[in-house]
Design a protein around this ligand. Structure first.
Ligand code: AHZ
Length: 305
């Protein structure tokens, strides 16, 4: 990296903004009136991606924290963890091609996003503008929140995100006293994970880590993954199942109960509603922010214990 081109900000190293805007004419002027690109060979493109991606996979096969699910809870957790502890290797696994979970819209395909106080403080921290309505604030488009948070998280040097990759199992070790402990995740390309019944052998990969944060949302095609796996693995008797919508009960309940639900496994966001049997809140996102921050604190507590 040419360090002269970057500035240190509180969000990490960022490109210095250019003093003048780039126009077509500026660029074309330097190339006889034609906009030309520097030449490249196709293999260079492949190698540029392959080298970095597989070196990253090699490195992150041992991570400090794996966050499963890049929705509002998982991303908030990643931001808080990565910014407080730049020394930690934080790896986010997201089953979808597009990270962000349900936070691209405010509710029922409508764009404004409602966040109840005091979670507005997180918007100030990551510099997302909003309208103040007293007890709650409104961001003009949920995508402004999610894209800003994503860019902050991905700019941090200690964060890696692997999209289109599903966690399809947990690594569960047993110590000499017979105590079971989550010790990492089992991953596969999402397309492979969805096609296990059509092919005979598509073995998965693994990432080991002392702490997994699961934030896979409420039940759906892939959601509540770890909660359901805890049941089938015998670590949880039965799912609590998400209860009906009650904004006033649900948000504090999700935040305050964000915790290590099994040794080595912290659960955050709406996945917890399925685990514990808590109410949903619908399109108010303060609970997801609070839960993500609490999950980061819990992860640090487990790492430091
Ligand atoms: O793709 C999923 C989404 O991006 C991802 N995910 C799920 N299973 C996965 C797996 N491996 C990897 N096995 C997986 N990734 O997890 C993300 C979950 O994001 P979300 O937005 O669904 O959950 P959240 O808990 O961060 O936010 C919930 C938002 C809701 S739902 C709700 C209601 O229904 O009442 N209210 C709010 C605020």
């Amino acid at each position: 990296l040419d360090n002269n081109k970057f500035v240190e900000t509180r969000f990490g190293k960022q490109l210095k903004p250019s003093s003048k805007s780039t126009t077509y004419d500026d660029v074309a002027e330097n190339y006889d009136g034609q906009y030309r690109f520097a030449p490249i060979q196709e293999a260079q493109v492949s190698r540029a991606m392959i080298k970095r991606y597989f070196e990253t996979m090699y490195d992150r096969a041992i991570s400090d924290v794996v966050i499963v699910g890049a929705g509002s809870a998982g991303l908030t957790c990643a931001y808080h963890l990565a910014s407080t502890r730049p020394d930690l290797k934080i790896t986010i696994i997201e089953a979808n091609v597009a990270p962000g979970g349900g936070a691209w819209l405010g509710g029922q395909l409508m764009t404004p996003m409602v966040i109840r106080k005091p979670a507005d403080r997180f918007l100030q921290e990551i510099c997302v503008p909003y309208e103040d309505e007293g007890a709650y604030v409104v961001v003009k488009h949920a995508a402004l929140f999610t894209s800003t948070l994503l860019s902050r998280v991905l700019a941090m040097p200690n964060v890696v995100m692997m999209n289109a990759t599903a966690v399809e199992d947990l690594i569960i070790h047993e110590d000499h006293a017979g105590q079971q402990r989550v010790a990492g995740v089992v991953t596969n390309w999402t397309l492979v994970a969805l096609n296990h019944d059509t092919q005979s052998c598509m073995d998965p990969n693994t990432i080991t880590c002392p702490v997994v944060v699961s934030a896979t949302g409420h039940d759906g095609p892939m959601g509540a993954f770890s909660a359901k796996r805890l049941v089938s693995a015998g670590l949880l008797k039965e799912l609590g199942n998400m209860r009906g919508l009650d904004m006033n009960r649900s948000e504090p309940a999700i935040v305050n109960n964000t915790r290590e639900v099994a040794p080595g496994l912290i659960m955050a966001g709406m996945e917890l509603s399925e685990h514990d049997g808590k109410n949903r809140m619908g399109p108010t996102f303060g609970g997801m922010i609070g839960s993500g921050i609490k999950a980061a604190h819990e992860a640090l507590r487990v790492l430091d214990s």
